[in-house]
Design a binder for this molecule. Structure first.
Ligand code: CP
Length: 348
């Protein structure tokens, strides 16, 4: 699959600006998708369409967020999320700085709350935060009036990854209602899987999660039927057999083994896991002929995904990365509270 051709136009075409009028948006922070309405998700995706047009220009720079300051505050490693937020801010003319916990005053014992308050005292408008502890961005949001964006908290949530996944699927399939989206791998420790479940089910997709019982979240194990309504997760179908899961899939998403969050003893061996759960060409033959193959990255080829399919004709993994910049541009713009310009190229 190929990305849309780059545009050298100075203005987005009219059909890329469906968001005029009064798009629904009620967030000062982005913590997870479980509190997003369908209309708010669509507001982000529609604006991301316009941002993608800006990103594809020959000179991808507009002054829409001039005077807005963003800090990347990462307590865990990242390539895609961190770099794409930095680029998203810069494309829109914002000032972007990065603080890495390992080289900050965190190592001298400064608390998360003090760090957040210190950055806000410097007039930072938005903080993009990644942390190994679930709930950390929620805590931060209670101690600052800057916008907090969850860039991944433990195994809990990764809402901006979910939005870029939704955007990428929508750009290929259009309406997601009834589409079979299969996530395969370490569901239990995956914040991407959790946020994707909220977003995909909100848009009407039929979500199937697949993995060994030890890598399925509590509440979804030992079940072949939709998860219980009271569960902390939205209703999804659970399947431990990968061939049955992939049968008829519109989208297959492979997920990495989150070894940094696993306790030992969950798998007999990596070799055994790969034999039973690796997404391969043979297994993808059961999916729909025009299926999409996704992975949020970083991937471990040869473990959860075969290198040949990751680089194959159904893979949209690099599109996910490109779209991540556009979706994060849209989120930053919405959080800034600035009026949506009729042409994203003109700051108001
Ligand atoms: N998908 C994702 O969050 O990748 P990074 O860890 O590289 O940011």
């Amino acid at each position: 699959m190929t990305a849309p051709a780059a545009s050298t136009s100075n203005t987005p075409p009219a059909e890329a600006t469906p968001n005029r009028g009064a798009p629904e948006w009620n967030h000062h922070h982005v913590l997870d998708l479980d509190d997003f309405s369908v209309q708010e998700i669509e507001t982000v995706l529609n604006l991301a369409d316009r941002m993608r047009e800006v990103l594809d220009r020959r000179i991808a720079r507009v002054p829409a967020l001039r005077g807005y300051t963003i800090v990347n505050l990462f307590y865990e490693p990242s390539t895609r999320t961190r770099a794409s937020f930095e680029l998203a801010g810069k494309v829109l003319g914002a000032d972007v700085i990065s603080v890495t916990a390992s080289t900050s005053s965190v190592v001298k014992g400064e608390s998360l709350i003090d760090t957040v308050r210190t950055l806000r005292a410097m007039r930072v408008d938005a903080m993009v935060m990644r942390h190994s502890m679930a709930g950390t961005p929620y805590l931060a949001s209670e101690h600052t009036d800057a916008s907090i964006i969850n860039a991944g908290d433990g195994a809990h949530a990764h809402p901006t990854q979910a939005l870029l996944d939704l955007y990428t699927i929508r750009s290929h399939l259009g309406d997601l209602r009834g589409k079979r989206v299969v996530m395969v791998g370490d569901i239990a420790h995956s914040r991407v899987a959790r946020s994707d479940m909220w977003g995909l089910t909100a848009l009407g997709a039929q979500v199937v999660v697949c993995g060994p019982p030890t890598l399925l979240p509590r509440g979804l194990r030992a079940s072949d039927r939709p998860a219980h309504a009271e569960s902390a997760l939205p209703p999804v179908t659970v399947e431990t057999d990968i061939d049955r899961a992939i049968e008829g899939a519109d989208v297959v998403m492979a997920l990495r083994l989150q070894s940094e969050r696993q306790q030992g003893g969950l798998l007999p061996s990596l070799h055994e896991y790969a034999r039973l759960y690796q997404v391969t060409a043979e297994r993808l033959a059961r999916a729909k002929p025009n299926h999409l193959l996704m992975h949020p990255g970083p991937k471990n080829e040869g473990t959860e995904i075969a290198a040949s399919v990751a680089a194959g004709g159904h893979s949209i993994i690099e599109e996910q990365v490109t779209n991540g910049v556009a979706v994060r541009m849209a989120l930053l713009y919405l959080l800034s509270g600035r009026e949506l310009p009729s042409d994203t190229g003109e700051a108001r």
